[in-house]
Write a protein that binds this ligand. Structure first.
Ligand code: DAH
Length: 358
């Protein structure tokens, strides 16, 4: 082979290798190009080197010298490209644009019912009522018997309650999901009596209990098989209906003043005679407030009354010594009315588009 041909091949190859290295956009592409041109076994340069054997004997030293020079140049071109890629910040990706607005964090917030519950606890706490809790699975004694609800009472109907077919439940002493938070009244008074030394009077009680209750209602705009009640109980010497009404009026006024909906003097509470087995006398509690648009209407909030002497006696308080009032109000009603929510189901569908409004 003539020296000129050998050299021409060599130069052409060097050119190809350099352009392949400098146009490689990623470490992988560069490695491919290295194998192609500088590969020890089948690289292009190796093939040219094998061609040295056919160069005329007299030209061999010159051809070999030039081959070594070119090989070093190609190796240097490879190293330069390697450097270039190592220092480019994000290989083959668009550069980071720090001026693009970020994706905002989605920060959750309290469910509207939880907000309502917290506000109620806060207001009643300022009136001196301690928040207590009771179990959601109850026995016959706390849900009915101690509350003066006799065996034949329709409130015990299996169609009105979620009785549980679990171990420990018998038809004589069934277990059920509590149908009312009035159960907690019994538990609190029992605890007070149990912690009283013999011969002493049990202490006065001033508690609220906020929690879930369950009834097998078909869900519609105003019914749901699970909902919340706020229960209040005050037992002491000389407690009267007047105390009950004052506390409920203060509660409603504070609640709606806090929401900015109605100012104190525009919020009213009214009692209608009613019947509950655990109170005597018993009333339904209605509330009325004037909203920002000047509209007002009465809304039923729940029941209340003076604790029946039979209930006090059942838990060990002496109805000759103390009297008490109790009330139980629907939490959803107040929350819905406050926010203008017209379908209770919306509260429990967990659709963020609905929930994020509150
Ligand atoms: N427990 C009753 C219900 O769920 C509501 C109620 C009425 C609670 C009168 C009371 C009360 O504490 O005194 O329908």
């Amino acid at each position: 082979m003539a020296l000129a041909d050998f050299l021409a091949n060599l130069e052409q190859l060097a050119e190809q290798a350099e352009s392949a290295f400098s146009s490689a956009g990623s470490a992988e592409a560069l490695e491919q190009a290295r194998v192609e041109f500088l590969g020890a076994k089948a690289g292009q340069l190796r093939k040219v080197q094998q061609g040295l054997g056919q160069v005329d004997k007299a030209d061999k030293p010159a051809a070999g010298k030039r081959f070594n020079e070119v090989k070093r140049l190609v190796e240097a071109a490879f190293a330069a490209s390697q450097q270039r890629l190592a220092h480019s910040p994000v290989e083959s990706q668009p550069a980071l644009d720090v001026t693009v607005p970020g994706v905002p964090w989605r920060i959750g917030h309290l469910h509207p019912i939880t907000q309502t519950i917290r506000r109620m606890q806060d207001i009643m706490g300022r009136l001196g009522f301690t928040a207590v809790e009771g179990p959601e699975i109850e026995d016959d004694w706390h849900n009915f018997e101690a509350l003066n609800i006799p065996l034949e009472h329709p409130a015990r109907d299996p169609l009105e309650n979620f009785y549980l077919g679990v171990a420990g439940a018998t038809s004589a002493s069934p277990l059920l999901l509590r149908s009312q938070t009035s159960t907690v009244q019994i538990r609190v008074m029992e605890d007070c009596v149990a912690s009283t030394a013999p011969g002493e009077d049990p202490p006065p009680v001033r508690v609220i209990s906020l929690g879930r209750v369950y009834r097998p209602d078909t869900a519609d705009a105003t019914h749901y098989p699970m909902f919340h009640q706020i229960e209040g109980l005050l037992v002491d010497r000389g407690v009267t209906m007047a105390h009950l009404k004052s506390v409920l009026r203060l509660f409603c006024q504070s609640y709606f003043a806090a929401t900015g909906e109605g100012q104190g003097e525009q919020v009213h509470v009214r009692f209608r005679p009613s019947f509950f087995p655990f109170t005597e006398p018993s009333v339904e509690v209605d509330m009325n407030w004037t909203n920002a648009a000047g509209q007002s209407s009465w809304m039923e909030m729940g029941g209340a009354g003076m604790v029946d002497p039979a209930v006090l006696r059942a838990v060990g308080y002496d109805p000759e010594q103390v009297t008490g009032f109790a009330f139980g109000l629907g939490v959803e009603r107040i929350c819905m009315r406050q926010h203008g929510i017209t379908d209770i189901r919306a509260l429990y569908q967990n659709d963020v588009r609905f929930l994020e409004q509150f």
